[in-house]
Design a protein around this ligand. Structure first.
Ligand code: PLP
Length: 373
């Protein structure tokens, strides 16, 4: 079996699985003052430093959450509580950002992207001039296309307008270098399971301008922001995965990805976001007339796991909102995403390419038969 769906969830790294198992075996509540509690507390604080290091942030800036979705919500709700009167949301943002912004009850404006999926900085500059104090949400890398946004440039514009910038870095972390300070964001969301850690644990990094609002009331854990006994095992697994992140190995995937891309382009496919800065291990492409679900199911039968641009929680494939935002609604029903990760090999990408080519040949033969009949 070939697994090339790391942007949905990465295979768990052995280091992370071992750290989870060790933490579960050791036990202890980090709030207890006895030896077991102190050991668990030390584990959580070491993990905080390790995850913060991955993005060049200080440990004190990091709050653990239940994942990327909660980190996005914590950032957005905190900015709203601090006085944001409008939320500007990149057109290709994840639902975790889009839906939380909508639920805030504030005015939400859609920030357009160009044909490559890059946010239009000129639009933002003009928009920030006339509006109320705004929270701007711009992801670092897109989950479907891998397109990397000009976050530092956006941050300068947002800062000049005295707004807040939230960056969803869930897909970028562990795949490309991230320096929180250099990005200039106020908040940055992370999720363990996209980089080889366990599911159900994430983090929000918050800079000095941000005051996080209490989301869950209770015992006062995570400096009062998020009560509840910490997910010590998950946090330990997150830290192990963050420490094992290997950006060089990710970069190596770009050549395998691009060889695959040449193959599908020769068959008439369009590579989405090609020409924009992209994550090295993500390929999204659309082959007109060749439905996403037919490709995903056909590849699955051939032992290759990939995904359509967007899958909702029901498991159904729906037309890609991201591709539509890029001005290509005609391609949206045909987009699929291949995404490698820490355990992916050149052979995985090559096998996926062969399986896709066979599937495409069968699709064309069926089309010819239909036309002749
Ligand atoms: N943001 C982006 C860009 C994502 O790709 C995802 C996961 O699909 C999330 C947020 C949500 O993260 P989690 O699954 O940890 O809640």
């Amino acid at each position: 079996m070939v697994y090339l769906d790391y942007n949905a969830t990465a295979k768990v790294r052995p280091e992370a699985a071992a750290a989870v198992a060790a933490a579960l075996a050791e036990g202890g509540n980090p709030s207890s003052i006895h030896a077991a509690g102190r050991t668990a507390r030390a584990k959580v604080e070491r993990a905080r430093a390790a995850v913060a290091r991955l993005v060049g942030a200080s440990a004190t800036a990091l709050t653990f959450t239940s994942g990327g979705t909660e980190a996005d919500a914590l950032a957005i709700e905190s900015a709203v509580a601090a006085g944001a009167a409008r939320i500007i949301v990149g057109a290709t943002e994840h639902e975790a950002v889009v839906e939380t912004a909508k639920a805030s009850g504030l005015l939400v404006e859609d920030w357009p992207v160009d044909g490559l999926g890059l946010a239009d900085l000129g639009w933002l500059e003009a928009r920030l001039k006339d509006g109320p104090r705004s929270l701007v949400c711009l992801m670092l890398a897109n989950n479907e296309t891998g397109v990397v946004q000009p976050v530092a440039d956006a941050a300068a514009l947002v800062r000049a307008a005295d707004g807040w910038l939230h960056v969803d870095a869930v897909q970028a972390a562990g795949k490309v270098a991230i320096d929180f300070e250099a990005l200039g964001a106020d908040t940055l969301a992370l999720s363990a399971h996209k980089l080889g850690g366990p599911q159900g644990v994430g983090a929000l990094i918050a800079g000095p301008r941000t005051v996080l609002t209490r989301q869950i009331h209770g015992g006062g854990q995570e400096r009062g922001v998020r009560s509840g006994t910490e997910n010590v095992a998950g946090i330990a697994g997150f830290a192990a995965a963050a420490a094992a992140a290997d950006l060089g190995a990710m970069l190596a995937q770009a050549a395998w990805r691009d060889a695959f891309a040449e193959r599908v382009k020769a068959a008439g496919a369009s590579v989405l976001g090609e020409g924009a800065p992209r994550l090295p291990q993500t390929l999204s492409f659309a082959t007109p007339g060749f439905a996403s679900e037919v490709q995903v199911m056909g590849l699955d039968l051939a032992g290759v796991m990939v995904s359509a641009g967007a899958a909702c929680s029901s498991g159904k494939v729906r037309s890609s909102r991201v591709v539509e935002a890029m001005g290509r609604p005609d391609l949206a029903p045909f987009a699929i995403r291949i995404s490698g990760g820490w355990a992916s090999t050149a052979e995985d990408w090559a096998r996926c390419g062969e399986a896709w080519a066979e599937l495409f040949a069968r699709h064309q033969a069926r089309r010819r038969q239909t036309v002749e009949a």
